[in-house]
Design a protein around this ligand. Sequence first.
Ligand SMILES: [Fe+2]
Ligand SMILES: [Fe+2]
Length: 274
Amino acid sequence: MMVRLLFIGDVVGRSGRAAVIQEVPRLRARWELDFIIVNGENAAGGFGLTETIFEEFLAAGVDAVTLGNHAFDQKEALVFIERQPRLIRPANFPPGTPGRGAGVVASAKGARLLIVNVLGRIFMDALDDPFAAVKREVCACPLGEGCNASVVDIHAEATSEKSAIGYIVDGKVSLVVGTHTHVPSADHRILPCGTGFVTDVGMTGDYDSVIGMEKEEPLRRFTRRIPSGRFEPALGPATLCAVAVEIGDDGLTKAIAPVRIGGLLSSAAPEFWA
Ligand SMILES: [Fe+2]
Ligand SMILES: [Fe+2]
């Protein structure tokens, strides 16, 4: 079964949420999308996710939401994640962490998509081995058996670690996408064994900012080292950043392209769906 998937990068604050809620229904219809996944770790004021925001995403047509290092910044997420199977947190959090690190959702046409979220360890908190976690989750739900398509969201700082995650599951998942840096990379491609890959999808937020935050406080902290205010999401128009992926009957990627809509960045859309 052919599958059309859109993965939208880290949604930052109100500006990012507005872009998702405006664009998702339109894009689903225009591109006949089977699945839309969003990284929602910064959706609530830049830090974490509330259940109300999560449900707004679902109501707009998002199929599942992934997280990252900010997964539990809003403490309510520790509770509501247990009743929301479409909310996926990093798989390599310590045993006993609420929620799940992988999940399967079905499309209207009956395709099944495995979603795995994992955190990198370089320049980030020490966690369980992300490579072992990804291999465990992917082996538990193989392409063509447990699912028709699969996506791994590697939420990490280091480009090297994200690239290595891509190659370790090349041919075993449909797509590996990087998130967390909030800056889109231009290396979207299909790996030798058929897995679509991009180092970072980029954020969905106001790019006239320091990775989504109002500039003043980050500049003060970088130059004076003394925090003198809160980080607040920038409120200008967002650029929605995503990758568009066409997945074949074998579960492997046939085409991948960046998507950028609105805001400051140059626009981009998949020619193969024109
Ligand atoms: Fe983020
Ligand atoms: Fe992050």
